[in-house]
Write a protein that binds this ligand. Structure first.
Ligand code: HEC
Length: 103
């Protein structure tokens, strides 16, 4: 392999790793604890199986693929539309919820 090409590949690999870091670092919550918090606070609208109510409450089944963790956490803390803010949840509880929704 050409040395220049190798350096380019190493550089691109580093860029990809750095870009992925915030996602890995954000996944510090405990999904099992998050499942319990979800059950207590979120099932009324988003449903026990996260299917939501089409047209009214969005499904959260693949929300971890659609939104980065920070956006999920912001939505939980701030609410929006028909969703109330959950400002009473601790940072740890929000992390746990985000990890649960990532699954
Ligand atoms: C009172 C009903 C209600 C409750 C309770 C509720 N939500 Fe929501 N949620 C909504 C609605 C309505 C939206 C869509 C808001 C909008 O129009 O942007 C939403 C949106 C979201 C989104 C963004 C979905 C997307 O596809 O953009 C996430 C993530 C979310 N809720 C998580 C939660 C979590 C976690 C809880 C429990 C802590 C919760 N919600 C509790 C009604 C609710």
């Amino acid at each position: 392999m050409h040395a220049k090409e190798f350096r380019l590949k190493a550089f691109l690999t580093a860029v990809v790793l750095v870009a992925a870091l915030p996602f890995a670092a954000a996944a510090t919550g405990d999904p099992a604890a998050g499942a319990k918090i979800y059950e207590a606070n979120c099932t009324a609208c988003h449903g026990a199986n996260r299917a939501g109510v089409p047209g009214t409450f969005p499904a959260l089944v693949d929300v971890g693929k659609r939104l980065p963790p920070e956006q999920i956490k912001d939505r939980i803390r701030q609410g929006g539309g028909l969703m109330p803010p959950f400002s009473q949840l601790s940072a740890q509880e929000v992390d746990d919820l985000a990890s649960f929704l990532q699954q």
